[in-house]
Write a protein that binds this ligand. Structure first.
Ligand SMILES: O=C(O)CCC(=O)C(=O)O
Length: 269
């Protein structure tokens, strides 16, 4: 099987709630750090709602209008450095309201996909302030099909399975996953990787926001469920080299997709 390497960089950053200026500054510092190393990444991933954090009461006034600021910055950066960017998710304001949105940029600075979070997280009142998405999230990174999910979405195995059935070989997951649910985070991400025999690249935030603390632990998990990189709790750029040929190898060794019995599955509407 030919080696298909891809270097990923996850920006595990601290996010200031309600402070887009501070967050844009910090993000650009971390982006620069990611690109300054000896070996450049192929793909850079950010956490969820990195522009505003969960300042939901103020979200209408601070969300990025049509994502314009983020889009201009990322298109320019990805083109200048020839790198793919999965620009985490941002709070993005449109006519229909504020969405929790991922935007993807390819090496030429072209937009290569977008996704609005489908499952809004009631424990953090998301459904009171944000609009839910209306389609699943897919993109292509250097010709490889990737699925997009955001944070709480990982509790819905149907979504990851749908993406895998549509050809995704990796799953990219920006998140703001808080304490005390580290066990859920690690277990759910690992399960999504094992059951779908795909890479999972999950970028969490770190730091404290009001009474909520975030543990970081951004992770890169291979299609066997092996954790090949995992951050601690500090702000960091987590780098990992993945080999996409391993997806086909694992799927060939245990042919889960061929052995499915979809006639017997009922997910209920
Ligand atoms: O499901 C969880 O425990 C965390 C989800 C979450 O924090 C989010 O979706 O923002």
């Amino acid at each position: 099987m030919p080696f298909k390497p891809m270097r990923v960089a996850l920006l595990q950053m601290h996010i200031e709630a309600g402070q887009p200026e501070a967050n844009f500054t910090r993000l650009q510092e971390m982006l620069q750090a990611a690109i300054n190393g000896e070996t450049k990444p192929d793909v850079i991933v950010f956490p969820e709602m990195w522009n505003t954090g969960y300042a939901l009461d103020a979200i209408g006034g601070i969300a990025d209008d049509e994502g314009r600021r983020t889009r201009a910055l990322m298109a320019e950066f990805s083109r200048r450095h020839g790198v793919n960017i999965v620009a985490g998710s941002i709070a993005e304001k449109r006519d229909a309201g504020v969405f929790n949105t991922i935007r993807v940029f390819d090496r030429n600075g072209e937009e290569a996909g977008d996704y609005d979070k489908l499952h809004l997280f009631r424990l953090m009142d998301e459904e009171k302030h944000l609009q839910p998405g209306g389609k699943i999230g897919r993109t292509t990174l250097d010709g490889e099909s990737a699925g997009l999910m955001i944070c709480y979405d990982i509790r819905f195995p149907e979504l990851a399975r749908t993406l895998a059935l549509q050809g995704a070989k990796l799953l990219i997951v920006p998140a703001e996953w808080p304490n005390p649910r580290l066990h859920h985070w690690r277990t759910l991400l690992t399960a999504r990787a094992i059951e779908n025999q795909m890479y999972v690249i999950a970028c969490n935030r770190t730091g404290v926001s009001g009474s909520t603390s975030f543990f970081g632990h951004s992770m890169v998990i291979d299609p066997w469920g092996e954790v090949i990189a995992e951050a601690g709790e500090e702000e960091t750029v987590l780098m990992a080299d993945i080999d996409l040929a391993l997806v086909d190898e694992v799927r060939g060794r245990i042919p889960v997709f061929e052995d499915r019995r979809p006639d017997f599955y009922d997910f209920g509407k």
